[in-house]
Design a protein around this ligand. Sequence first.
Ligand SMILES: NC(=O)c1ccc[n+]([C@@H]2O[C@H](COP(=O)([O-])OP(=O)(O)OC[C@H]3O[C@@H](n4cnc5c(N)ncnc54)[C@H](OP(=O)(O)O)[C@@H]3O)[C@@H](O)[C@H]2O)c1
Length: 100
Amino acid sequence: MVRDSSKSGVLILGESGQVGRALKHLLGDDAILLTRKQADLSRPDSLEQALAPYHPAAIINAAAYTAVDKAEEEETLATTINGTAPGILADICKKRDIPP
Ligand SMILES: NC(=O)c1ccc[n+]([C@@H]2O[C@H](COP(=O)([O-])OP(=O)(O)OC[C@H]3O[C@@H](n4cnc5c(N)ncnc54)[C@H](OP(=O)(O)O)[C@@H]3O)[C@@H](O)[C@H]2O)c1
């Protein structure tokens, strides 16, 4: 992989989650953490604009619908957050040449 020096840091979605907090601890100043308010996976169409101000070297999606006990009654929401949104994130990464 050729590193693009105009990009730096690792953008992490899911700031408040277990994985997000562990990555923050691991990456320190290299971590750029986003809250649900900053990047809402339940609104996949908003993600491109939400991520536009950032120029990370990589993106890690640590955000997810994890309320498994409610997933059957909120199937559409769970599918959007865990299925549609990661696909959109991958498209954004491809378009911007960012390793997902
Ligand atoms: N924990 C583990 O040991 C582990 C191991 C392997 C893989 N994983 C995977 O890692 C991912 C995260 O797991 P976790 O344990 O960290 O879960 P978690 O503690 O339940 O955290 C979920 C995160 O997702 C965010 N989130 C939920 N809905 C969102 C939305 N619509 N838009 C943006 N952010 C949203 C939450 O934000 P709010 O605080 O705003 O709700 C929270 O930051 C999951 O895919 C899980 O399967 C976890």
